[in-house]
Design a protein. Structure first.
Length: 124
């Protein structure tokens, strides 16, 4: 069994990391993890779900007895370890490069289509 103070401490540290690394600074942990979505791997999403389920049971004494403290601690460590390794600069650089790559591909596709139309119509 895990106590409410330990779970609150875990949630507050994860909230700080989510705000720092992904800019998710408002709302409870469950809402932040939903907005996080597919920006993290599946094993991290599953670990986050364990924490969300434990948070839902924290107010009820009988339901809290069903929460496995070792599993919650393992999920917390997994989530914290992944969030600490996220490099904000690299994420931003990757997003900019992805945008530039898609724009350049679209530009090349439009130019190729334009050349094809000009050759087909006999202007070139």
């Amino acid at each position: 069994m895990i106590d409410q103070q330990a779970l609150t401490r875990m949630e507050s540290e994860l909230n700080e990391l989510l705000a720092e690394k992904f800019g998710l600074s408002s709302g409870p942990l469950t809402a932040r993890l939903q907005r996080l979505g597919r920006r993290v791997p599946g094993y991290v999403r599953r670990a986050a779900q364990v924490l969300v389920d434990a948070g839902a049971h924290v107010g009820h004494p009988k339901l809290m007895m069903q929460v496995d403290a070792a599993e919650v601690e393992r999920a917390y460590r997994t989530l914290r370890q992944h969030l600490k390794t996220v490099d904000v600069k690299d994420r931003r650089k990757g997003a900019v490069l992805s945008l530039l790559g898609s724009l350049s591909f679209n530009l090349l596709a439009v130019l190729a289509l334009l050349l094809l139309i000009l050759v087909w119509r006999g202007f070139l």
